[in-house]
Every structure is written in C-alpha cells, then in structure tokens.
Design a protein around this ligand. Structure first.
Ligand SMILES: O=C(O)C(=O)C[C@]1(C(=O)O)C=C[C@@H](O)C=C1
Length: 117
C-alpha cells in the first residue's frame, strides 16, 4: 500500500430486490471498481454505500462481511428519493490508497451509467 487517500465512485443497477441479486451486484461492483483501477483489497481504506429505498432484502456492508470480501469500515445509507430516480441502484464511494496522479475512473455497471448527470 502506498500513496495518498483518494476517492473513487461506482454504481450498479440491481436486477431485483432479492438477497441474491443484491449480493451479486455488490460483489460485482466492488470487484470491477478495484480491478478497473488496478487496486488491491489492501488499498481500500473505507467504503460508503447508498442504496435506493426500494432495496430492502440486504445491504452491501453485510454482503461484504458475510462473504469475507473486504474487511474495512463501511457505511450504508438510503439514497434520497427524487423525481425520475432510477430504481434499484447501489452506489459506492471508495476511499483508497493511490498515487496522487493516478487516474482513478468511476465504474458504472448494469445500466447505472444512465444515472450520471
Ligand atoms: O453518480 C451517480 O451514481 C449518480 O446518480 C449521480 C449523482 C449526481 O447527481 O452527482 C446523483 C445522486 C447520487 O447521490 C450521487 C451522484
């Protein structure tokens, strides 16, 4: 682990409000966010998730704990409701160790790119 603490964003759509779909979406999102940016699990300092209020079957931090994917401080809250909001979306802001000039790119999966302004 080296570098300074940086932030990188990601989001994914979730097929349905089921434990399995939330688990799959959470694991895919974290894996792709790290892989796309050349980051290792040891580079991750903390994860902040939001979920749209229509996702109730599970929450990303519990998925990661139960699966032993990443053991870092996590926080999860409900995304505010707004007109035109895309349903069933998990968003993440990862705090990671990376070089100051490293190009960190957001990762949007399963239709979540449509949520970007
Ligand atoms: O980046 C996303 O996931 C978005 O949906 C875009 C956006 C934004 O407007 O900046 C919308 C709401 C989220 O809380 C964060 C970011």
């Amino acid at each position: 682990m080296s570098g300074t603490v940086r932030a990188v964003r990601g989001a994914t759509g979730v097929r349905a409000d089921t434990r399995q779909d939330i688990r799959t979406a959470t694991e895919d999102l974290v894996r792709e966010l790290l892989g796309h940016n050349g980051l290792a699990a040891a580079d991750v300092e903390a994860l902040f998730f939001t979920v749209t209020p229509d996702l109730t079957a599970d929450i990303p931090p519990l998925v990661l704990q139960e699966r032993g994917v990443l053991n870092v401080p996590c926080l999860c809250s409900a995304e505010p409701r707004w007109d035109g909001e895309m349903p069933r979306v998990i968003r993440v802001m990862a705090l990671v160790h990376a070089d100051r000039d490293a190009s960190l790119e957001p990762v949007y999966l399963s239709g979540a790119a449509a949520t970007r302004p």
